[in-house]
Design a protein around this ligand. Structure first.
Ligand code: S3P
Length: 175
């Protein structure tokens, strides 16, 4: 089985991904980390050197490379499903789960996060919330193409596991 976690920056893809991978004894891949390893540069350095367009190409290549892994949870970058036909690719390669979080909570988490994210760097709290609201509206159409959705906020690990269990069971019956 191959699971892709998708959703906006700060929705918890990496955090949930690690917990779920640990529970099922699956491998965990963070797509941004994979890109950084492949390029020998950090995400902000790639943005500075190649602009967003160059980053998206590298992101696409890294995404295609994960087809070599099985029994894996892949936390994708927030923009990954929204470029090229990446969301269709992910839906073809595995099970996609959209982690849905309100703009207010995303804003709080991004303000408190230590990860440097070029798209939102330097924005004030007010600007950030506006940015997220507008950006999420644009990205929603891609995120909602995921096969499954889970609403995060008060989400517990056992709820997430219930969803993944049901997907694994469903796949087992249909293969
Ligand atoms: C991005 C999200 C980031 C990273 C890059 C661009 C985006 O990943 O891929 O900074 O376009 O939403 P996270 O979602 O893990 O922050």
């Amino acid at each position: 089985m191959r699971f892709f976690l998708i959703g906006y920056m700060g929705c918890g893809k990496s955090r949930w991904g690690k917990l779920i991978a640990n529970h099922y004894n699956y491998k965990f891949i963070d797509l941004d980390t994979l890109i950084e390893e492949r390029e020998g540069l950090t995400i902000p350095e790639i943005f500075a050197k190649c602009n967003e367009e160059g980053f998206r190409e590298k992101e696409r290549q890294a995404l295609l490379a994960v087809k070599d892994y099985n029994n894996v949870i892949i936390a994708t970058g927030g923009g990954a499903p929204c470029f090229y036909d990446n969301i269709s690719k992910m839906n073809n390669l595995g099970e996609t789960i959209y982690i849905k979080v309100s703009p207010e909570l995303l804003c709080e988490r991004l303000l408190n996060s230590k990860t440097e994210r070029p798209l939102v760097k330097g924005l004030s709290k007010f600007e950030l919330l506006q940015y997220i609201e507008n950006h999420l509206e644009l990205r929603k159409a891609y995120y909602e193409q995921a096969k499954y959705q889970i609403v995060s906020g008060e989400l517990k690990l056992e709820d997430f596991i219930k969803l993944v269990d049901s997907i694994i069971k469903y796949q087992g019956q249909n293969n």
